[in-house]
Design a protein around this ligand. Structure first.
Ligand SMILES: *Cc1c(COP(=O)(O)O)cnc(C)c1O
Length: 406
């Protein structure tokens, strides 16, 4: 299997051929997956011969490094999101290389499109026309939209408390929505039972290996956009698949000889959703943990990719830190006002994390903050920190006086 993409089990190292119904390592997986991090998560391994056809950054095509051939992908432009130099923030903070990677420009407005794109192509290749998944909101709207482009059907399990915009997105894209009177964790388990009963492809994060693999693409883009080594990457963390995917991307780039060192990867969690923080820093995998944070996209009880994310972080000498909901909301507002990027609360955690961690960062270091989702996806949270002015009479003298601009 030297010249083929394969799966490798992140815990026991067994190698498998990629098959349509292989999701977790049969040796390591547990029968009962309910409410726990998954054991035996599979990662895609690049064929060794890819090393030989080394390309310069400008010439490389991400499709060469993905396990599904280009022809199977839907015709939506996913990824290649802008990397923005945060000039105003640099000026104020004294740092000279602060970059915002804004994934809100993806077709459905979040980083999740990177995973859905590959899952959709995988489903297409194996002629699986129905896809089921659980989501806190973004994976749902993402899979619905990408599947709509591909002509596939989606069945979405999610907590009925998900932000309205994300629910409406799913319905607009024509997905079958199954809102649960319960949290994300119960939706996760229910969707697995649904897939088992119907044979529909399951896109649950970490469970489907294509989710981690799809999320590696941002690392490839970062290297081709910056064309030099990166010192720090800040990533919001819920289930830990974005984090793991980004690390996987840098490890692949290193394997291919395209980078010499892996950036310092800093995961950022909310104080109200700290499963991976506790697992990484205190070796506590608290299965009874109950998450509660304003950043819905990173609100998870037991991080499904907990084991793999912690292992990957240790492997690359990364770190995980906590920020408060208030710090998240302040960071969101600050970013909107000073960079023109309006991202959702979970994404703003990246910037809040940078502020918290900056004592460890030199002013010349190259720092990337992953802004994973668009702010318009959750207006209610964003509204907590601004005040809509009362309407006034259309009287110019009154307005000039009130605004004190003259
Ligand atoms: C899903 C999501 C995250 C967190 O990703 P995990 O893989 O769950 O850690 C962060 N930000 C946004 C906008 C997301 O949708």
């Amino acid at each position: 299997m030297k010249n083929r993409f394969t799966y490798i089990c992140e815990s026991c190292g067994s190698i498998y051929a990629i098959k349509k119904d292989l999701m977790l390592c049969p040796l390591c997986r547990e029968n009962d997956l309910e409410g726990k991090p998954l054991k035996g998560v599979l990662k895609v391994q690049l064929p060794a011969n890819l090393k030989k056809n080394k390309k310069v950054f400008d010439a490389f095509d991400i499709h060469d490094y993905l396990p599904v051939e280009r022809k199977y992908f839907p015709s939506l432009p996913v990824g290649n999101t802008p990397l923005i130099k945060a000039r105003n923030i640099e000026k104020e903070s004294g740092y000279s290389n602060l970059f915002l990677k804004f994934d809100g420009t993806n077709p459905t407005g979040s980083y999740k499109d990177r995973a859905s794109f590959l899952v959709s192509a995988f489903a297409n290749k194996f002629k699986l026309n129905n896809i089921a998944l659980a989501s806190t909101g973004n994976a749902a709207s993402s899979m619905s939209g990408i599947a709509a482009a591909a002509g596939q059907k989606t069945f979405i399990f999610l907590p009925s408390s998900a932000p309205k915009a994300k629910l409406i997105q799913c319905l607009q894209y024509g997905a079958t929505l199954i809102p649960i009177k319960g949290n994300y964790d119960s939706a996760f388990d229910l969707s697995l039972k649904f897939s088992a009963a119907t044979g529909y492809l399951n896109r649950n994060t970490a469970y489907n290996p294509m989710t981690i693999e799809g999320k590696k693409t941002a690392s490839f883009e970062l290297i081709s956009q910056l064309k030099k080594d990166i010192d720090f990457v800040f990533i919001p963390v819920g289930d830990g698949v974005c984090l793991d995917g980004v690390i996987k991307g840098f490890l692949d780039l290193n394997f291919l000889g395209l980078i010499k060192r892996i950036p310092r990867i800093i995961g950022v969690q909310s104080k109200g959703s700290r499963f991976i923080y506790d697992a990484f820093n205190r070796n506590i995998f608290n299965l009874n943990y109950k998450a509660s944070t304003i950043a819905d996209s990173i609100s998870v009880d037991a991080a499904r990719n907990g084991y793999s994310a912690v292992n990957s972080l240790k492997r690359v000498n990364g770190d995980v830190i906590l920020v408060s909901d208030n710090e998240i909301l302040m960071a969101q507002k600050y970013l909107s006002e000073n960079s023109g990027i309006f991202c959702e609360p979970s994404s703003a955690a990246s910037y809040a994390g940078f502020l918290k961690y900056r004592a460890n960062i030199r002013t010349k270091d190259i720092v990337v903050m992953m802004l994973t989702g668009h702010g318009l996806k959750d207006i209610e949270s964003a509204q907590k920190i601004v005040k809509l002015p009362e309407p006034i009479e259309p009287d110019i003298d009154f307005i000039l006086k009130k605004l004190r601009v003259r």
